[in-house]
Design a protein around this ligand. Structure first.
Ligand code: BGC
Length: 754
């Protein structure tokens, strides 16, 4: 095939090469019939297959898509902490792609949730790069196992919707590597996505679509990516500069402008034709791979709906339960809230799916409750009217409490044994394309919760939202089930959990702060004047709340179950490892309750002493297990250099410092009952490079440096130096020790750096 592709490139005209580097339309690659080069189709993504009806709409906002299974969105999926579940989901999505003759599914979106206000958080996994990267890998492996490609997006540092097409993201190098690239790196290295989609924004003044550093040096040279890079839809600034940087395919297409831009750049010598050929080669490889993997496939709509229900059941997070759940199948229930009949199950924008089947929570609750339970329903509040998939054209009726609807709900709730109150964010509150400005529920719902919780003996709140909300009412209700946007089968999954047919096992993949102003990015999100500065550095999500000891509403990794788990017996296979060695950590977990349950065992590291500021805990491994009552299992993770390292922006590489690290294991970031310690010895080659601006203190921390200083000035004298001298650069030490002049300093540096 390689030979054939090279031969084809040899036969293509410059015009044909330029044309194939853009899309035919929104979703297809350009075919060249003269050379038998076919076209393949790609489509969104990520939690369902959004294949447009041909000619269904005039613009992006009004297009309609064919029915497809709408699975839970990423913010829900991430709470599964289950890479096998992600694989199974990916396989099902791959099947639906094959059935629609789609070769590339545009996802997963792996961007970090920097702020809970990002309108697109529902489409992203986590505030933690390891969790996001591993879940994305499971998804990619599943889809690609079917012979359908994925497009890992949006590369990189695209963490807000405000000015997303023009904003310049400013992040220090350490933060970029540790937080905003590690997620992509894990997915690229472990799952090899067929394609990757660059983001709209700039990074450090350069459009990501034109960043050679990102698209070639980091992605290909460092991480070994060998797939194709495509642009986000309309992300291309200058087409020839993009090609030179490593952007192969422009989507959808800038038509003649883009083609002419490439042709002129080649003709003028600005763009070597070999660079264009490389992009064409990657496009042809992708097209033929897509065609070779085409299969006639059908999928079973009902089976996929059932799968969507099982997945949603594995993702929902039980946030509070004052012994009110699971529900008994007797007595009476008041179901309150418009979402019970008209659920919010997905987010707005390019990922919007036209579901095959809809399971309505109210109906599912009635079925699951059975004939012995009297179920009433009251609407309670209004939902905004939205005109399109992006949530635009809305009014703000949901912010105006309807006293009559509330009165009805209060009356029904006061008569019933228990109330199930559905609340959450309406479409107009969050979507691709804009960010939220606050974290509250609509005022109509807040008023309803306040009044109903006064009237009802027991209130269970079920939440449908794509990202965290503030809960000033939490102490007035008895239980809270966070369903997120759980897809077309969410109604059934919610009923399964409420009645105990499924034991909840979701754990938060993001922190719920008490209030939006507690969030570390609060003062610099979304930035202004087309600039977003990530001033909080590596302290994103739980890394910040723990360091600053700021209480949260619910911490990262948290989620309740109907059973209980006990953590015992942490073991490491050694007490000391070399930097390039591996450490195995084991921990035992027992189901101490009376129901089968699933638990996510989380492994964090804590660097006891470090020369740079580091988070209190960093997630380094996790595993989800199923345990029968009384059963126990031992879970293990293997930790290597990267688990202990931070990114050093002086050496532009990952660095481990010699010292003790603690390994903390438990069921959430704030509940880690098990602790072990290990000493990691840094490799000698990690020694710093000394300059005349290195300080006396830095020399003293180095075995060779300290030996030299002791020889020059004597150990006792050095020990008696006041702290300010330790901070002096070598070039100024002569003020304190006249013997150490410039000549002496260069002699010392020669020895130190040799
Ligand atoms: C979104 C992408 C999406 C593309 C195609 C863009 O606006 O950012 O995530 O895949 O549109 O719909």
């Amino acid at each position: 095939m390689q030979n054939d592709i090279n031969k084809l490139i040899g036969e293509m005209t410059l015009e044909e090469k330029a044309a194939i580097c853009g899309g035919l339309d929104s979703w297809h690659t350009v075919p060249i019939s003269r050379l038998d080069i076919p076209s393949i189709m790609m489509t969104d993504g990520p939690h369902g297959v959004r294949k447009e009806f041909e000619g269904s709409g005039e613009d992006l906002l009004t297009v309609k898509s064919l029915p497809a299974t709408c699975f839970p969105t990423a913010s829900a999926l991430a709470c599964s902490w289950d890479t096998e579940l992600m694989f199974g989901l990916g396989e099902a999505l791959g099947e639906e792609c094959l059935a629609g003759d789609i070769s590339i599914l545009l996802g997963p979106g792996v961007n970090i949730k920097r702020s809970p206000l990002c309108g697109r958080n529902f489409e992203y996994y986590s505030e933690d790069p390891l969790l996001a990267g591993k879940l994305a890998s499971g998804f990619i492996n599943g889809v690609q196992n079917q012979g359908v490609g994925t497009s890992l997006k949006h590369f990189a540092a695209n963490n807000q919707e405000t000015e997303r097409m023009t904003t310049d993201t400013i992040i220090d190098e350490r933060t970029l590597r540790e937080i905003y690239l590690t997620n992509f790196e894990i997915a690229v290295k472990t799952a090899k996505p067929w394609t990757l989609m660059c983001s709209y924004n700039k990074l450090h003044g350069e459009y990501c679509s034109e960043s050679k550093r990102l698209l070639t040096e980091i992605l290909r040279d460092e991480w070994g990516f060998d797939g194709l890079v495509m642009s986000d839809w309309g992300a291309v600034n200058e087409r020839d500069d993009g090609l030179a940087a490593g952007l192969d395919l422009e989507m959808p297409t800038s038509g003649e402008d883009g083609i002419n831009n490439i042709i002129s750049a080649v003709n003028s010598g600005k763009l070597p034709e070999s660079v264009l050929d490389t992009a064409v080669k990657r496009i042809l490889e992708l097209v033929f791979k897509g065609v070779e993997n085409r299969r006639i496939a059908e999928y079973d709509v009902n089976k996929h709906h059932e799968l969507a229900r099982r997945i949603a059941g594995d993702c929902a997070v039980l946030l509070k339960n004052d012994a009110v759940l699971p529900l008994e199948r007797k007595g009476s229930l008041a179901v309150v809230g418009a979402f019970a009949k008209d659920p919010r199950f997905q987010g707005g924008g390019s990922s919007h799916i036209n579901p095959t089947i809809m399971s309505v929570p109210l109906e599912e609750i009635k079925v699951s409750a059975g004939k012995d339970v009297a179920v009433s329903y009251c609407r309670g509040y209004h939902l905004d009217e939205v005109n399109d998939a992006f949530g635009s054209g809305f009014s703000s009726v949901c912010d105006i409490p309807d006293e009559e609807l509330i009165r009805e709900a209060v009356e029904a709730a006061s008569k019933a044994d228990k109330t199930i109150l559905f609340a959450g964010l309406p479409d107009s509150f969050e979507s691709e394309g804009y960010d939220r400005t606050h974290m509250r529920l609509p005022i109509g719902q807040l008023k309803l919760i306040e009044e109903v919780s006064k009237a009802s003996k027991y209130v269970i709140v079920v939440l449908m939202n794509g990202s965290p909300i503030e809960m000033p009412w939490i102490s007035h209700v008895d239980a809270v089930l966070e369903a997120y946007l759980a897809g077309q089968a969410s109604g059934g999954a919610i009923a399964d959990i409420l009645f105990g047919d499924i034991n909840p096992s979701g754990k938060l993949a993001e922190t719920f702060p008490m209030k939006v102003s507690d969030n570390p990015s609060f003062l610099s999100f979304p930035g202004s004047h087309k600039k977003a500065e990530y001033r909080e550095g590596v302290f994103v999500g739980y890394r910040y709340y723990e360091k600053k000891q700021i209480p949260t509403l619910f911490p990262f990794g948290y989620g309740l179950s109907y059973t209980t788990f006990a953590y015992t017996n942490i073991q490491t296979d050694c007490n000391e490892i070399e930097e390039n060695g591996k450490l195995t950590v084991k921990a035992t977990v027992k189901n101490t309750g009376s129901r089968v349950g699933r638990e996510t065992v989380q492994f964090y590291i804590h660097d006891v002493e470090s020369s740079v500021i580091r988070p209190e805990k960093e997630l380094k491994g996790f595993e989800k297990i199923t345990l029968a009552p009384g059963e126990e299992k031992t879970v293990s993770v293997s930790l290597d250099k990267r688990a202990f390292a931070y990114y050093d922006d002086e050496i532009h590489d990952w660095k481990v410092e010699t010292g003790v690290f603690e390994i903390l294991v438990g069921g959430s970031s704030t509940d880690t009952p098990l602790k072990a310690a290990v000493t990691v010895n840094a490799a000698a080659e990690n020694r710093m490079v000394f300059t005349r601006n290195s300080t006396v203190g830095e020399l003293l921390n180095d075995p060779v440096g300290s030996a030299i200083l002791y020889e020059i000035a004597g150990k006792e004298y050095i020990a008696s130096l006041p702290p300010f001298v330790l901070q002096m650069p070598l070039r100024s030490v002569h003020m304190q020790m006249p013997d150490i002049n410039e000549d002496a300093v260069s002699g010392v540096l020669d020895v130190l750096n040799s």
